[in-house]
Ligand binder design. Sequence first.
Ligand code: ADP
Ligand code: ZN
Length: 759
Amino acid sequence: MIARVSLEIALRKEFDYSIPAELAGQVDVGSRVQVPFGARKILGVVTAIAEESGHANLKPIIKVIGAQTLVTAKVLKLARWIGEYYCCAPETALKSVLPEAVRKEDASWRERLFLRALPVAGEFPKLPKRQQEVWNIVEERREILLSELVELAETTAATVRKLEDRGLVAITSEISERDPYAKETILASQPLVVNPAQAVALAKIKAAMNRGEAGGLKVEDGKARPSSSILHPPSSTFLLHGVTGSGKTEVYLQAIAHALEKGQGAIVLVPEISLTPQTVERFKARFSSGKLQTLVAVLHSHLSAGERHDEWHKIRQGRARIVIGARSAIFAPVEPLGLIIVDEEHEHTYKQEESPRYHARDVAVMRGQMEGAVVVLGSATPALESFYNCQKGKFTLLELPERVDDQKMPHVRVVDMRQAKRDGKGTPIFSPQLKEAITQRLEKKEQTILFLNRRGYSSSLICEKCGHVCECPNCSLALTYHRPEQLLRCHICNYTEQVPQACPNQKCRNPGIRYSGLGTQKVEDVLGKLFPRARIKRMDADVMKRKEDYRKVLDAFKHGDIDILIGTQMIAKGLHFPNVTLVGIIYADMALHQPDFRAGERTFQLLTQVAGRAGRGDIEGEVFVQAFTPFHPAIQYARRHDFNGFFEQELEFRKQLNYPPFSRVALLTLKGRNEDKVKFSADHLKRGLEKIKLDLKDLILSGPAAAPLARAENLYRYQIMLKTRAMSRLSAALAKITSTLTLPDDVTLAVDIDPVDLG
Ligand code: ADP
Ligand code: ZN
């Protein structure tokens, strides 16, 4: 027998190896193996088993890693699809489906030495003093970790071993699982009585689950489906549209319970930032007891490698049937898989920004189809693409129109900052209306959240005389002034330099330098002067270096030790504070005028989310949105909490410009140190792409053009954008072209299918 192996080094090729007699029966599709490659030993995954090979003199597999196949046949199929659709090397796709902590050759369970007291036969021996002290502890505990005992008794392992020699204790090596949540005490929770809207949603989801495999598409063995099928999933993909607090999570929980009853498992994806202990606890609490009891495994980047290894294997062994995790948890080897939930499905963090550049929501829909699992996408502000898929009948729309507790949506006022500018000298950070509202809250001892999605003090430094802007030497971006450290900092590459005393332009040297544009530090500073007695705290990536910092500030805010919390998008999500009755959005149009067709959608989503932080308690909330383009639809529809209105008008805009969901986009970015070479390569690539047009009639090619961020980390960036309805065919064509394309050594090409970041 021979095994076909995809090697971890990217070669876009698979290689045949013989299976030596001593490994017979241990090698299967999905096994991780070590094989010889030239003089090296390399890891890879078996993708097929065959009787014979077209090649002679095959080298044998050296060894198999792990007792079980690590990549299940189903996940292998998914990886193949990712390689094809997202136009990346199959081995790159395969690599991404296993966490690093599982892939490593020496990855294993942790074994630790346990010590157990043995029954004493006959008379208890007289022990030396030290040994007797140790024994006293053992006698009381009966069973204890050797390391713990050594510490407790302030002794050495050698002394303990003497007890073993006397036959008083047994010391054995055992697996000790690393549980990242071992310290949390979690109280079991019971299902709530659902309200009518939740009941309708649940009934439809359960009905689809009961249809079972029939709902899914059959996938032929070893062959990925044509990727265009992502456009035609059966309607067992649901979009659960409901504002925060409308009870979506309760629907997820009860749908998961249904999967467990059917003997199936579930995967829950949440954005990394929402993977707080509280979120995890809600899922653990529901499934940690009762007759459906199962382990809930958690996969995310804050776990140690050992914890990740153990969590993953609990899933692979079938002991944990529920997985909650960030993006890559979509590859968890849950089997059989009944349900996939993608919470906050519109979040851009579901898109991986390095190869394979997959979108976990779209992969979830694909996996659901392949395995006949029901997929539930949830959001208060669904992605335009997802909502459109409901209109087209590809997804089924489920709505939870009201908050569970009948709370009213906050009252949103849009403040025209052009007015504020006309009234005074220069633009104030706080409009008179917002200032007044803050004053009132301070008097009433209610809390305020102020939002500005930019950290630092001033976003640029400009010479008043010659107009010179201090830019990063590595990136085409103005440097941000950070006041606490008195530094200029690049927000792309983190380059820093001293604040110049005069204009850096040698011909100018004017001492008058103006700080312009604002960041959270300046908001904090000005606010402190306006309200000297208010307790103000800032929350952004500059102050929140560690996870505990985040928790500490939120705890203080919860206990009422902070009056005003200023923050970036870090505070936009999921926070629930009943005493917050005012939210101020300092500069709502900041992201609105960026060269990205999703700028309006992004602004709408962000405003809606931030506004949702107000009025979560008994008192109705108020939101002030300061804007320079107050009549922009994204702002006006957010003001009225009108998702449908926004959707209709945004859809019209996308249609006119033939942007998604009316087409699919592929973005090709060429990068290199030498601008001429990059540009030349881009032109060369463009000529190659023109040929695809013969087969793909609707293909629209634009560029090459300098990227909006024309240079980053010393690399020039040129882009070519392609639009088509038939992305699977385009992906295939791109794979062919890029595999034969010869680029200069120092120019690289990134292919991004369905990009979310056009920068
Ligand atoms: P979402 O996920 O949409 O933000 P949640 O499921 O977290 O909403 O529900 C918000 C709050 O309402 C939670 O505290 C939850 O326990 C409660 N809740 C949800 N559904 C019900 C229900 N049917 N009856 C009573 N309380 C509910
Ligand atoms: Zn830079």
